[in-house]
Design a protein around this ligand. Structure first.
Ligand code: 4NP
Length: 159
């Protein structure tokens, strides 16, 4: 059997956007029957929340859509992730600049904005941390839509 395709979602804290993306995309992958062919993970560029559960608001918003992200724990991005993941997908331009700095030194998989796989007018997943619940709903809408596009891209790779 061939190696699974490995997907990494990256945000700043790894407690709001990227664990939500991990949970939503894993559920799309599972529903597509591809769980043994696609590995999904997430991390943050920052160190502040290492070891923490996703933000309670992110957990609740995901749960309202039947997705349980309570078991995820934050970890920090490492340059080795660029060697081990096939897709390194970031939430905003600041994440992109931070990871690109490391990529220029390290090589490996070039990071990209996750929403390049979506077809809305949004190019970034806005940071919901300092806002209200509607920000978390918008995060889920954007990542669900881009997740469908990403899954189609990976299917092409697996075919
Ligand atoms: P995330 O959101 O990058 O989507 O996990 C944030 C979480 C924490 C902070 C900022 C953004 N913070 O400043 O602590």
């Amino acid at each position: 059997m061939t190696e699974p395709v490995k997907v990494l979602f990256v945000c700043l804290g790894n407690i709001c956007r990227s664990p939500s993306a991990e949970g939503v995309f894993r559920s799309l992958v599972t529903r597509a029957g591809l769980a043994d062919q696609i590995d999904v993970d997430s991390c943050g560029t920052g160190h502040w929340h290492i070891g923490k559960s996703p933000d309670a608001r992110a957990q609740e918003a995901a749960q309202r859509r039947g997705i349980d992200i309570s078991g995820l724990r934050a970890r920090q991005f490492s340059s080795e992730d660029l060697d081990s993941f096939d897709y390194v997908l970031v939430m905003d331009r600041q994440n992109l600049a931070d990871i690109k700095d490391i990529w220029h030194q390290n090589g490996g998989t070039e990071p990209a904005l996750f929403l390049e796989y979506g077809n809305s007018e949004h190019q970034e997943v806005p940071d919901p941390y300092y806002g209200g619940d509607e920000g978390f709903e918008m995060v889920l809408d954007l990542i669900h839509q881009a997740g469908e596009g990403l899954l189609a891209d990976i299917r092409g790779r697996l075919a």
